[in-house]
Design a protein around this ligand. Structure first.
Ligand code: AMP
Length: 303
């Protein structure tokens, strides 16, 4: 059923709306986004509605998670289209679109307190996007304080972000349950992303090497490959076979703290992740996997 979300543009009004929902016993779920919504975001909204009574979707392009020279200025902004999509999907009660002044009341240059994510920043995207996760964690902490959600729903596509935010919730005792939703892909396998809008047709074709390499890692791990170096070599070969992709990393790391590992243990939870540029567009993709348990060798059985 079509339900147009109520647009709320100030932090004070958002907290007031949440407080009145809470006093009548509603459970709240928050879906933080940067807008330019697509079916991946909508899957998160659907999951939020399954978990809670009142769903808030926030749209805020957060300047402090972009490094100088990144795409902050040209990041797609489409708030009217976002509202229509949410209306069609039907489960968001509120669309929260705070201004920069709302989220940084004294100005960004006067913000003195940041969530320090450096313990998990040394891996994957953190190596290439200095201060990115500090910006993400800080803005999500602010959104938690404004929206007071019982649940916060995130995409596992942004795998490192999810690992960091899950840690933040545990380490800083936020009273919210973080929930991860598997990556939604286009029919050709490319993970949906607001940044896909930047890709030319040729670039989009080249970009498909990224999900191919992720799939390869997934198949290798599922069928019992345990040597991370071998798995990573195969991922990198697929990427280097596509000249349109300039790889930043292609790695298999532990799922809980993103550390390097040489040999996968049976039953170990791992993350296979890739980042690379296609033209000027930086894309990421990943999959969380569990290494299969040890199977008895057929030769052993014969003994
Ligand atoms: P963004 O607007 O790109 O910051 O993303 C907002 C939320 O949507 C994040 O939690 C993302 O991980 C999630 N998201 C983005 N793309 C996808 C996708 N293809 N599948 C599932 N979740 C996604």
């Amino acid at each position: 059923m079509e339900q147009k979300p109520t647009i709320i543009t100030s932090a004070g009004a958002m907290t007031a709306a949440v407080n009145s929902a809470r006093t009548v016993g509603k459970r709240i779920a928050l879906v933080p986004t940067m807008g330019a919504l697509h079916d991946g975001h909508l899957r998160l909204v659907g999951e939020a509605a399954r978990l809670a009574d009142t769903v808030i979707v926030s749209v805020f392009v957060n300047p402090t998670q972009f490094a100088p020279g990144e795409d902050y200025d040209r990041y797609p902004r489409a708030i009217n289209a976002d509202r229509s999509l949410l209306a069609k999907e039907g489960s968001a009660a509120f669309l929260f679109t705070p201004s920069i002044e709302d989220m940084y009341p004294d100005g960004i240059e006067r913000q003195r307190t940041w969530v320090d994510t450096s313990e998990l920043d040394g891996a994957l995207c953190g190596r290439f996007r200095p201060r990115h996760f500090r910006g993400v964690a800080t803005i999500v902490a602010k959104l938690f304080n404004i929206c007071l959600p019982d649940y916060a729903v995130f995409g596992l596509k942004d795998a490192q972000q999810f690992v960091i935010l899950r840690r933040m919730v545990a380490d800083l005792a936020f009273r919210v349950t973080p929930v991860g939703v598997p990556t939604v892909r286009d029919h050709d396998g490319l993970a949906l992303s607001s940044r896909n809008a930047y890709l030319s047709r040729e670039e989009r074709t080249a970009a498909l090497a990224i999900p191919r390499a992720i799939k390869r890692a997934e198949n290798l791990i599922r069928t019992g490959s345990r040597q991370v170096a071998e798995i990573e070599t195969e991922m990198r070969e697929i990427l280097s076979g596509e000249p349109g992709v300039v790889m930043q990393y292609a790695e298999v790391v532990t799922a809980d703290d993103l550390s390097r590992v040489e040999t996968l243990e049976p039953g170990q939870d791992v993350l296979a992740a890739i980042a690379g540029h296609v033209g000027k567009t930086r894309l990421i993709d990943s999959v969380f996997l569990t290494a299969p348990p040890n199977r008895p060798h057929s030769s052993r059985r014969q003994q």
